[in-house]
Design a protein around this ligand. Structure first.
Ligand SMILES: *Cc1c(COP(=O)(O)O)cnc(C)c1O
Length: 337
């Protein structure tokens, strides 16, 4: 195990031992190779720099209570990467190859997986981009898919802390209407400005987007899905074409149903916001972040400065499954070695 200050880790890039790179040309992926450098050489006319053919994924490997390292739901990330690839006319990457690639890069960097009990994880970030030099707008024919890994710390040190959110009123996020959100560079670039406004103008760490067509229904936060517990204890989360299908949200919905909680994926009208009992943002980075208050124009909806009981139960159950303290009844964990 490398000598890192595991308790000080944040969600930040740092170089580790290796990254795993695959190249696509002449209609085929190569067999992949581990690299110890982080630099890539690109022609300045590469498609990705001008037309943004770039997608990514995010998933985690955990050291479990028995000392083994396991990856959480890599097949789901493989499927979503391929959904993103298809939408941007990029080549898909076989699902089994994706799972093997993740296992390989985690195994090679096993000494960077934060120890059990620190609450940290090895974050895996696959990124694919078009490298063909071109001036005309058309899909690239050459691509690179690189798997980098970064040790990240427990998000919550000394207890879960709810955060404020505000409705993004100045800007929509550029989600392609009717096609669904994909995990691509372009959507993130255009969410930076609304995120900056949320922080500077409203002092909120996160912005909440409504659907771009009517602005009547809740979509999601900049980098995480929206979920809430209603006054009668139902887990609700938006059904929308312009949100990213979060694997964490899908897992939490499943866990909630297992716990006997009623779950609903349905449109959530903004008029429901004041009446909700518990609200949270969810995603791989943090599992879930409770929301203390939502600022919506001149209204404020208050959910409290402590995590609510249902969210706490969901959080504990999810992290319990990820660290193999609780049974993995859905076969979500994949062994590295
Ligand atoms: C990645 C992402 C999420 C969370 O998805 P997970 O699979 O749970 O990590 C939510 N919203 C957006 C826009 C995302 O890019």
């Amino acid at each position: 195990m490398v000598n890192l200050d595991w308790d000080k880790l944040k969600f930040e890039y740092q170089p580790v031992k290796s990254n795993l790179r695959y190249n696509y040309s002449n209609g085929q992926w190569d067999e992949g190779k581990l690299y110890t450098t982080y630099d890539v050489t690109l022609n300045v006319a590469s498609n990705v720099l001008h037309y943004g053919q770039a997608i990514f994924e995010g998933l985690k490997a955990f050291q479990c209570v028995d000392g083994k390292v396991r990856i959480f739901r890599p097949q789901a990330n493989a499927k979503r990467l391929n959904a993103s690839a298809s939408r941007l006319l990029m080549p898909t990457f076989p699902e089994e190859m994706f799972v093997e690639a993740v296992r390989k890069v985690v195994a090679d960097n096993i000494e960077y997986v934060p120890p059990y009990g620190t609450g940290g994880a090895l974050y895996i970030r696959p990124v694919m981009y078009g490298t063909t030099p071109q001036i005309g707008v058309s899909p690239a024919s050459d691509f690179q898919l690189v798997f980098i890994v970064v040790p990240v710390g427990a998000y919550y040190k000394g207890g879960i802390k709810p955060v404020d959110a505000c409705v993004s009123t100045d800007f929509d996020r550029a989600a392609p209407l009717g096609t669904g959100m994909i995990k691509c560079a372009g959507n993130y670039a255009s969410s930076l400005l609304p995120g900056k406004i949320a922080k500077e103008k409203f002092h909120c760490p996160v912005a909440l987007f409504f659907d771009p067509k009517t602005h009547e229904y809740v979509d999601e936060f900049s980098t995480s899905n929206f979920l809430a517990i209603t006054a009668d204890g139902t887990y609700i989360t938006p059904a929308s074409q312009s949100i990213l299908p979060s694997i964490t949200n899908d897992s939490l919905l499943t866990v909630a149903a297992d716990l006997g909680i009623k779950v609903e994926r349905r449109p959530i009208h903004r008029s429901e916001l004041p009446g909700l009992a518990e609200v949270a943002a969810c995603g791989t980075a943090v599992v879930l972040t409770p929301v203390a208050r939502i600022f919506d124009g001149d209204q404020v909806y208050i959910y409290g400065d402590e995590i609510g009981p249902v969210l706490k139960k969901l959080y504990d159950t999810m992290t319990g499954i990820q660290s193999a303290q609780l049974p993995d009844t859905h076969n979500w964990l994949v062994d590295v070695l």
